[in-house]
Design a protein around this ligand. Sequence first.
Ligand code: ATP
Ligand code: MG
Length: 569
Amino acid sequence: MRTTELLAPTLREIPAEAEVISHQLLLRAGFIRRETAGVYTYLPLAMRVLKKINQIIREEMDRQGGQELLMPIIQPAELWQESGRWDVYGPELFRLKDRHNREFALGPTHEEIITALVRSEVSSYKQLPLLLYQIQNKYRDERRPRFGLLRGREFIMKDLYSFDRDYEGLQISYQKMHEAYTQVFRRCGLRFRPVEADSGAIGGSDTHEFMVLADSGEAVVLFCRKEGCDYAANVEKAAQVIVAAGHGEEPKLLSEVSTPGVHTVEEVSAFLNVTPQKIIKTLLYETEKEVVAVLVRGDREVNEVKLANALGCLHLKLSGADTVRSVTGAQVGFAGPVKLNVKIVADLEAATIVNAVTGANKDDTHLINVSPARDFSIDIVADVRMVQAGEPCPRCGEALIEAKGIEVGQIFKLGDKYSKALGAFYLDESGQSRPVIMGCYGIGVTRTMAAAIEQNNDKDGIIWPAAIAPFQVVVVPISVKEEQQMAAAEDVYNRLIAAGIEALLDDRPERAGVKFKDADLIGYPLRVTIGAKSLGSKQVEVRVRKTGEVLMIPNDELENRIGELLGGL
Ligand code: ATP
Ligand code: MG
């Protein structure tokens, strides 16, 4: 391919609408153009990257026995009503009507369609297991489409669904996908981690998210610092190890103290001269059923995902000042568990504090020497707080490290949720009817492309891992008007192509500086420069984008050496 034939419109300015680096660089380097919020055209350079990611995905899915199919984007509402999701999916589901007023959804995911397919095509245990996948556009009317391809409303996803006879079979399919995903992201050249994630209040099955580590990530992950311990979880899931606080301490006399205008943990700590570890923070939450009080240690934060799981509720929100006043009789900042007439959920750690400081449920007043069991009773004791970096790993006790991540894939055990709802049953060896046991596994293809940029860039532009670069090498003649130079560049270009290396010849009549800038911006892993110097010489100048290193490679070793270099990028 020649640059004069390529549609790769680079921009000099940073587009104002783009907040994150991948979005800025995808626009500037001529990979994408925005059509409307969260909806993009993928230009030829982007298509080349996406095709490579898709190819890697296909190879790894097929290696595990996956079979590719393609399901419709337009999905009838009836199937979504059967699964019960037409009502619960909410405004994220794009809905439309046809000329006969029948309702449809644009597929945000395909559990309904694929379960209906299996319901009609699979009837015997002999047809199982099955791993079926597709690579296709998905539609989600995200509340905040942003960050370019990281959170679009139309995006490309690979989704695979596994169908097994039983949970042992599901475990095998799940392991296969865990392995396949590990290979996909490794082959894409990304630094990533599979992390344990929360599967929601209903369910409780296994799920892992695959996180590309990048500072711009929206997700927070915690992982063990010890070599060889692979514990990693996202912050919603990360489990605490309790180091009991008050064991052995004698409960002292409970008493009330006046604390005028002292609301926050910091203020209470300073005013009463106690450490935050001795303070029990009491927060009121409202669920769809009731108001609950949640107790955590003064220096900890409530984890609302864990809390919802502990309560088995669907919705959860922090109470406003009016509710706090009506439940506790005091303004915000003075709530406490003693004589409080709502359900009390205590975090594992908070439940162990003896002689604690709490609010007194009375304005400008706190209690000291509060001890659980003696002074108040707890309805639920559970892990309901955020774990922080530095806390012990639940597996080996070594300290946890925190990092930011971008979720590029997720694998999930569904069990019989959809097969039961939609009636996908099979007959086992003894002729008994059983629901197929399912799993679902997604990779955001377009998000992976953006995540690769978030992780690999510098002030000059993108630095593509060689495996997914749009072209592996750009050949730049310094002056296309010099016939000899152009001929030498053509020669190098043809030799690289003949050796199976994806090369691009920058044959534009531009200044060399402009071409170098574009090459860095677009991020080809290697640049071969052909100038007046190289003509007489037996060596060719090769620059490595990632390190800026310039190598002089003997002309007759060019293809081999470039092949070797690419292997390490
Ligand atoms: P998120 O929590 O980021 O909204 P999700 O958990 O809803 O994502 P899944 O339903 O697990 O997403 O979808 C599988 C994969 O599809 C995700 O891991 C992600 O890579 C990708 N994906 C999901 N939503 C989007 C989006 N709006 N834009 C681009 N990719 C997305
Ligand atoms: Mg997910």
